[in-house]
Design a protein around this ligand. Structure first.
Ligand code: PAN
Ligand code: ZN
Length: 195
């Protein structure tokens, strides 16, 4: 016999063009919220002092953060750069490492960077209709490499939890930059392999 509270089924409505999820709870992330994560700290400081641009919004459906439930949200990652680096999400691994996630892209063009706990690195393209499976044990970060907002829908186990500190310490193995008008992945000199 389950000890979970029985809750009522419900709908949320997602606008595929804007990423609005309603009803939902919105979290905003500005350049200052991601400050330690940028390769070019001087460029980040300049942007923060100028107008501290909004990088992304996450809109969460109201679901208990418990096993058995499925957390779901939209992310709207705006186009832009800090120095050469395209705007990205903080990136995290799940506190409960053995939990997976699905990212379904609604609008825009992006890269999904992933690193396993063993230090393997993988990148998937995100485009309208792409549905990316992030298996258990992989850290994940999205990068907007286009001119439009990158909008995607995420579904994850309610009890996954978010560990941001590990990524803040280690970084990802590669950076996504614009050089000579092109999107390029280059080695991250500050990356520390997970041990
Ligand atoms: C996503 C992310 C969302 C924002 O819902 O949380 O895209 O990225 P950060 O959490 O790295 O700021 C997800 O992966 N949830 O588990
Ligand atoms: Zn996640």
């Amino acid at each position: 016999m389950s000890v979970m509270k029985i809750m009522k089924p419900f709908n949320v409505v997602i606008n595929f063009k804007t990423g609005e999820l309603s009803p939902g709870k919105r979290v905003l992330r500005r350049v200052s919220d991601l400050k330690p994560l940028f390769y070019n700290q001087k460029a980040a400081e300049e942007l923060i002092h100028h107008d501290d641009p909004l990088m992304y919004e996450v809109i969460y459906a109201d679901v208990p953060e418990e096993g058995g439930h499925l957390g779901h949200c939209t992310t709207i990652l705006y186009p832009g750069r800090v120095g050469e680096e395209f705007f990205f999400t903080k990136g995290h691994r799940h506190e409960k490492l053995e939990t997976a996630e699905i990212y379904f892209c609604l609008q825009g063009t992006g890269k999904l960077l992933m690193e396993s706990v063993e230090g393997e690195f993988e990148v998937l393209d995100m485009f309208p209709g792409s549905s990316s499976y992030i298996p258990p044990y992989w850290s994940h970060r999205t990068v907007n490499v286009g001119q439009e907002p990158l909008i995607f829908y995420c579904i994850f186990p309610g009890d996954a939890g978010h560990d941001y500190a590990t990524i803040e310490r280690h970084g990802f193995p590669q950076l996504v930059v614009e050089r000579n008008g092109k999107v390029q992945l280059i080695p991250n000199p500050y990356w520390k392999k997970n041990v």
